[in-house]
Each structure stands twice: as structure tokens, then as C-alpha cells.
Design a protein around this ligand. Structure first.
Ligand code: ATP
Ligand code: PAF
Length: 290
């Protein structure tokens, strides 16, 4: 199953003792690149682009589904982007695992807070249980707060409330196909080093406080990019190098840092594409995926 990558432009953190009430508000876009998840017979290992890894959110999904002792499959991920670069790759892995395992196994040992009855049937309420499982895994592992909900929603997603119940808007942009999303990855930035640090949380939440309202008043991709750039610069999450490159890309619909990664994303129309590509080092050209 394919799960789209998700780039957050800006976000605000809400923490709660209940993992389902922990999450973020903010905005982002899903991409036509992401992660394909497959199960193959095996002892329960996780493979990411052919490398065996111990991936916390995938292990948590297995645990929440009560499959730890009965798993007879390995989870294999083929990913367009690496982990830890702001593409919500860990969210793709959590959601992909939840969907694939649910179609393969019949759940009898559901944990108390999640209704496992007929989880393998793909009706609305069962899908919502799977999204909860993937979200809980991401939150507990400190790898994401809003990616899973956006990846389920798809498109240009504004998250108006944190966690569950889901409160999102998938904005209808009429000429969405005319826009390209360029992604240029410089290196890793582990999400947990930021979202657990009180001084980062304060900077992030103070800076993003008014941004959601401003985007809801004018929900365009251009405004989204302007607010994302403001967020990246004023939180101090983006390096000077990244801000300089974003400044050079001002002739496009906008450029900013992909949260939370050491990566740039830029939204541009076809006629701006060649010039934008020439400014970046190693851009991957994507489309918004809905
Ligand atoms: N080789 C590896 N083996 C095991 N875990 C890894 C490996 N590489 C990365 N990870 C883990 O993957 C997770 C990446 O999560 P992170 O949330 O930082 O990235 P992401 O979901 O790809 O991007 P973002 O959430 O910033 O959009 C981290 O928990 C990290 O420890
Ligand atoms: C925390 C985060 C920026 C990491 O990708 C994302 O999950 C989000 O927007 O909540």
C-alpha cells in the first residue's frame, strides 16, 4: 500500500497524557512520492529500502495490534525519501504497517482502548481505528504529531485541532495540477530532538500561535508558503543557509524548510520550474497528492 509523504510548513504542539489527544495543529501538503509497504513471510523484521532496521513506530503498531507474538511476516518498506528529513516518512511507515497488518491478520487480542472487532474490514470506523494506532505509535516514539492525520486526509491539509477527534480541512485548490513541489534534502534532523525540548516547544508555539488563523482566512498555497517561511525563520528552526536559498526562490509561490528536516521545499508553477531547479542542489520534482 502506498502512503504519501507529508511536508509540514508550520505547526503548534499540544501535549496531553492521552496519546490520542496529543498532536499538532498546522498545515502541510502530501506528495505523490512516499512509501510502499508490503508484508512478506518472515519472523517479524522491518526492512527499509532493503536495510533491516529497528523502527520504533512500526514496532509500536505491531504492539498496539497485539501481534507481537503471532506475527509471521516481515514488513518491507520501499521509500522515495530517507527517514528523518521532514517528509513524514515515519508516519508513512506507521500507517502503511497498520493498513497492511490489518488486512492480513484477524485481530482478537485488541488492547482495551481500541476496538479490534473486525478491524480487517475496511469500513469507516475500522479505518479510523487504524489511523489512531498509527498516530499513537508516532506520538509515543516522538517521530511525529500530525503527519498520520494529514497522510490519511491527503492534499493541502490544514489541521485545525490536535490528534483525535480529527479536525482537518483538505483545501480545494482549483488549479492544483499546475503546481510542482521541489524537495531538496540536505541532511537529517531527528524530530524527537525538537518536539521534546521545552525551549523549542515554547519558540514553536509562540511563533505559530496566529498562523493557523491567518491561513484559514486566506487558504492559498502562496499564503501557506509565506506563513511557513515566517515560521521557519522566526522559530530559528531553519539554518541561515536554508533561509538564503528560500530568499533566492522568492519568484516562485514560495519556499521554506520542510518540518522537521534539514530540507527545503518550494512550490512553483511550470514556467518557474527550470529557474527554481537551477537554484537547488539536488531537487526532486513532486506533485501535490490528493
Ligand atoms: N537506520 C535506522 N534504523 C532505525 N531507526 C532509524 C534509522 N534511521 C532513522 N531511524 C529512526 O527513524 C525515525 C525518523 O523519524 P523522524 O520523525 O525524525 O523522521 P520522518 O518521519 O522521516 O520526518 P519528519 O517527521 O521530520 O517529517 C527516528 O526515530 C529515527 O531514530
Ligand atoms: C512534528 C512534525 C513537524 C514532524 O514531522 C509533524 O508531525 C507535525 O506537523 O506535527
Amino acid at each position: 500500500m502506498f502512503i504519501p509523504s507529508h511536508i509540514t510548513g508550520f505547526f503548534k504542539i499540544t501535549r496531553h497524557e492521552n496519546l490520542l489527544k496529543t498532536g499538532s495543529t498546522g498545515a502541510g501538503i502530501t506528495l505523490n512520492r512516499g512509501v510502499s509497504t508490503k508484508l512478506v513471510e518472515g519472523p517479524g523484521n522491518v526492512y527499509f529500502n532493503d536495510e533491516k532496521i529497528d523502527l520504533c513506530p512500526s514496532k509500536d503498531v505491531i504492539h498496539y495490534l497485539g501481534l507481537k507474538n503471532e506475527l509471521k511476516h516481515d514488513i518491507t518498506y520501499i521509500s522515495d525519501f530517507p527517514l528523518g528529513c521532514g517528509m513524514g516518512t515515519s508516519g508513512c511507515c506507521a500507517l502503511g504497517a497498520a493498513y497492511e497488518l490489518s488486512s492480513t491478520y484477524n485481530f482478537k487480542n485488541m488492547q482495551n482502548d481500541i476496538d479490534r472487532s473486525n478491524l480487517y474490514n475496511k469500513n469507516e470506523s475500522n479505518i479510523s481505528e487504524l489511523i489512531k494506532i498509527a498516530h499513537k505509535a508516532e506520538v509515543r516514539c516522538n517521530t511525529g504529531l500530525g503527519d498520520v492525520i494529514a497522510q490519511h486526509t491527503k492534499g493541502f491539509v490544514i489541521r485545525k485541532s490536535p490528534g483525535f477527534p480529527i479536525g482537518v480541512e483538505s483545501v480545494d485548490i482549483k488549479n492544483m495540477d499546475e503546481y510542482n513541489v521541489l524537495v531538496d534534502i540536505f541532511g537529517k534532523k531527528e524530530t524527537d530532538t525538537v518536539i521534546n525540548d521545552p525551549s523549542w516547544i515554547e519558540k514553536i508555539n509562540n511563533t505559530s500561535d496566529e498562523l493557523l488563523g491567518k491561513l484559514l482566512k486566506k487558504p492559498t498555497l502562496e499564503n501557506f508558503m509565506e506563513l511557513s517561511y515566517y515560521f521557519a525563520k522566526n522559530t530559528g528552526l531553519a539554518s541561515e543557509e536554508i533561509i538564503e536559498i528560500c530568499d533566492d526562490l522568492r519568484f516562485t509561490a514560495g519556499a521554506s524548510q520542510a518540518m522537521l528536516g534539514n530540507a527545503i521545499f518550494c512550490i512553483c508553477k511550470d514556467e518557474e520550474l527550470n529557474d527554481a531547479v537551477s537554484i537547488l542542489s539536488n531537487p526532486v520534482v513532486c506533485k501535490i497528492y490528493k
